[in-house]
Design a protein around this ligand. Structure first.
Ligand SMILES: O=C(O)CCC(=O)c1ccccc1C(=O)O
Ligand SMILES: [Mg+2]
Length: 361
């Protein structure tokens, strides 16, 4: 970005309801409220089209800063970008991860757009990527509801379903997984995410049954703090991989690696502070033989598409939690990401590939 750029940051609030509440082991998500951000670079000559980059800050209590802190950080960034440019603006959002996510995404979208390349190629400098595999996300419902939802997902082409567990007893969750397995057959990949709900004994007991039911991955069975607990579970988890999500945010990569606490880490760009940060974490964990995968925090189309681009920069990425657009009743704009046969088709237009989100220009 040349220093001659006059950058203007604008943001506006939004509220997106979920189509139905998503029940998780850590509470129910009913709506996603945040800020749509754009950075406009006025052309060098009068009459030049201004270039625009979009970002999204969708804070989620427990995972990011509050909505209020997010708005204050965006306000600081808006002031800082005018006088000091991108680096001052990034410094001004400080540790407010959702605000940083929005700003970093808008700046990256702007740059990729100016360089006429899709965002993932701007981020990763890599080759063309057509698709990334995705999982269906299935909330905690009754055994019958869970099985019906998984069946519907498989009928729509998904080859991997992630079930939320941990709200009910372990016995009931095992029953839910059994019903799903019966409904989808033996070839569909099943994962479970307990969002920190279990004790060590509960997790160990769930793991035993899940292994028999061919569950591939158990995500965050224990509270984030329990690094050693996850390491101990890994020793006895057999074919079931242990994924850390909340634990990554709490401990960071090195502690997880030192403790041998995870096979997989879940990267949520919104909670990590941006697609750029998440990309660095992905490269770092891959070096340490931990598998990264990408998920949204049930974000609007701007952040969701950013996460798809991020996933496209990770080679051999396993199925990612990016098929979350359908969980929303409304969205910020048209979805440029097609879901096809269990994969997200990566947009190849310049930048994010998200257009009509702001209205007007
Ligand atoms: O991974 C997915 O399938 C979707 C994302 C998801 O489950 C999620 C969404 C919001 C907050 C937390 C989580 C989570 O993975 O724990
Ligand atoms: Mg999770």
């Amino acid at each position: 970005m040349s220093s001659a750029d006059a950058l203007v940051l604008e943001y506006r609030p939004f509220s997106l309801s979920l189509a139905e509440p998503l029940e998780t082991g850590d509470g129910t998500i009913e709506s996603r409220d945040g800020f749509l951000v754009r950075v406009v670079a006025e052309g060098a000559d009068p009459g030049d089209e201004p270039a625009v980059g979009y970002g999204e800050a969708t804070p989620l209590p427990g995972w990011t800063e509050s909505r209020e802190d997010c708005e204050r950080a965006l306000e600081r960034a808006r002031d800082a970008i005018r006088t000091g440019g991108p680096s001052e603006a990034l410094a001004a959002v400080d540790r407010q991860v959702a605000a940083r996510h929005a700003l970093a995404l808008a700046l990256a979208d702007l740059q990729a757009t100016r360089q006429s390349m899709p965002l993932y190629r701007y981020l990763g400098r890599g080759e063309l990527v057509g698709r990334v595999p995705v999982n269906a996300t299935i909330g905690d419902g009754s055994p019958a509801e869970t099985a019906a939802q998984a069946r519907r997902a498989v009928d729509r082409g998904f080859e991997c379903c992630k079930l939320k567990v941990g709200v009910r007893s372990v016995e009931e969750d095992v029953e839910r997984v059994r019903r799903v397995r019966d409904a989808v057959g033996s070839t569909v990949e099943l994962r479970a995410d307990a969002n920190e709900a279990w004790t060590y004994e509960e997790a160990a007991s769930a793991l035993e049954s899940f292994a028999e039911l061919g569950v591939s991955t158990l995500e965050q069975p224990l509270p984030a703090g329990a690094l050693q607990g996850h390491a101990d579970l890994r020793v006895r988890s057999g074919a079931v991989s242990i994924a850390l999500d909340e634990g990554l945010l709490e401990h960071g990569v090195d502690a997880i690696c030192d403790a041998d606490a995870a096979d997989i880490v879940v990267l949520k760009p919104m909670a990590l502070g941006g697609v750029d940060v998440a990309r660095k974490v992905a490269a770092w964990v891959s070096e340490l033989d931990i598998t990264p995968l990408v998920t949204t925090t049930i974000d609007g189309v701007v952040a969701r598409t950013g996460a798809v681009h991020l996933a496209a920069t990770i080679s051999n990425v396993p199925a990612c939690g990016l098929a979350t657009g359908d969980l929303l009743a409304t969205d910020l704009g048209r979805d440029p990401v097609l879901l096809e046969k269990g994969s997200a088709v990566v947009p190849q237009a310049k930048g994010l590939g998200v257009s009509d989100v702001w209205g007007g220009r």
